[in-house]
Write a protein that binds this ligand. Structure first.
Ligand code: ATP
Ligand code: MG
Length: 413
């Protein structure tokens, strides 16, 4: 059955987004005789589409899935989040996974190219009718809350997860902590993968976006629109994710100034920047540590790691970092390892902010599935430990800056 043709006075206002002008023209031709559908504009890339969707207020956006500047799925997600428009995706891909992903980001219809004018007209009408019906059912709405509506305040805190030793669990902790913070506080949280040569946060969180921190470096001057276009949204939590560069050789282009410019701008747009790091003392890594309000220094109960962490405290002193901004986290805690956490605390003259149990089976399964254990196994001891860590981090973050020096958990910027 064909969807009813709306009355002429209720024309469906359509915006066509395709980076091939001839494709947009073809669609216009196919719709030429449809009195109830009016093409009000075209856009040749994702950014233009987002801008026009906001300013022209179309009923339906017909969006190609492959755009030059931005994934069409990402543009769709932003449009459905920021406007009342509904989106119909167009693609040459017929794989069901694309259809699922399109629906997950809020698309209301899907057209496989090449399509007939009947397919096009019916899909556009159906999508517009479904959206109008949904709007009708929705109670008179207050303006949508900003993403940080329930967040206590604009925090703008940078938290680096660091260790001078590799393979100790920085990435696993960073991913799960970021998800936990997002869930606990509903703040604006972005996970930044600054392990520039071998970042794997996109694997841990199953992020398929090709956009990376390198796009922000290349863009130079950043604004909300560019950041929104590059930061991927993790489906299971709403966490923002900025993956490491896709091209490994880009790592060396991250000077101190480049990294600083990115972090300064991101800090304006998020409450928490959770930054995964590498083990090196490269310019970029040192800039992250310097700018961090809090460094979660990860150790395990292995003597080689403990030695390196101890040396790092000396390096920190030489670099002039406030010791108060470093909090120790003990990962892979197991009572059978010979060294106990309290021995390490004595050696390093600091208590652990958190002790995270060793759970190879759960961690490896979670990494292999790309689903953080904090989501899949919320009540496992390792997830509880991460939740406690997130609460402690949030509580340090909201302590007043002017509290007494002894009690203050965060360095002054
Ligand atoms: N609490 C834990 N229990 C069991 N295994 C863990 C735990 N934390 C991390 N691992 C395992 O340790 C390994 C290293 O973890 P991860 O990649 O997070 O470390 P990293 O410090 O980021 O390493 P890299 O130096 O490669 O960046 C992984 O195989 C992971 O499965
Ligand atoms: Mg890592």
């Amino acid at each position: 059955m064909q969807p009813p043709e709306p009355r002429a006075s209720k024309r469906i206002r359509l915006l066509i987004v395709d980076d091939m002008p001839e494709m947009a023209q073809n669609v216009q031709k196919l719709l030429h005789f449809e009195r109830d559908i009016q093409v009000i504009g075209t856009a040749a890339n994702g950014r233009e589409a987002i801008a026009k969707a906001s300013s022209m207020n179309p009923d339906v956006v017909l969006m190609d899935i492959n755009l030059r500047d931005m994934d069409g799925l990402k543009a769709t997600e932003m449009i459905t989040r920021q406007t009342a428009c509904c989106v119909v995706m167009m693609s040459v891909q017929s794989e069901p996974e694309y259809l699922t992903r399109a629906m997950m980001v809020g698309a209301r219809g899907y057209l496989i190219k090449p399509f007939t004018s009947d397919d096009l007209i019916n899909t556009v009408r159906t999508a517009a009718a479904a959206t109008a019906a949904a709007d009708h059912r929705r109670p008179a709405a207050a303006p949508p809350p900003s993403p940080a509506a329930n967040a206590p305040q604009a925090l703008r805190k940078i938290i680096a997860i660091f260790s001078p030793k590799g393979g100790v669990g920085r990435s696993v902790i960073a991913a799960n902590l970021a998800v936990a913070l997002k869930r606990e506080s509903n703040a604006r949280v972005v996970l930044v993968d600054a392990h520039l040569q071998a970042g794997d946060q996109h694997v841990l969180l199953n992020i398929n976006s090709p956009n990376s921190i390198d796009d922000l470096r290349e863009a130079g001057s950043l604004d909300q629109q560019i950041i929104d276009g590059v930061v991927a949204i993790h489906e299971g939590s709403g966490l923002g994710v900025l993956r490491a560069p896709v091209a490994l050789e880009s790592a060396e282009l991250f000077t101190s100034d480049a990294m600083k410019a990115i972090l300064v701008e991101l800090r304006e747009h998020f409450d928490y920047l959770i930054i995964d790091t590498d083990t090196s003392f490269s310019e970029a890594n040192l800039t992250v540590l310097e700018m961090a309000d809090l460094i979660l220094l990860v150790t395990t109960l292995e003597v080689t790691t403990i030695n390196r962490v101890s040396q790092f405290f000396e390096v920190m002193e030489r670099l002039g970092y406030a010791r108060s901004k470093v909090k120790l986290v003990c990962n892979r805690v197991d009572s059978l390892f010979g060294i106990q956490p309290r021995h390490v605390e004595t050696r390093l003259h600091q208590h652990f902010l958190s002790q995270i149990p060793d759970d190879p089976r759960l961690v490896v399964t979670s990494v292999n599935r790309g689903v953080p254990f904090i989501i899949s196994h919320r009540s496992a001891p390792i997830s509880r430990a991460i939740q406690v860590l997130a609460q402690r981090v949030a509580s340090l973050a909201t302590q007043p800056e002017n509290a007494g020096k002894e009690r203050k958990g965060w360095s002054q910027r």
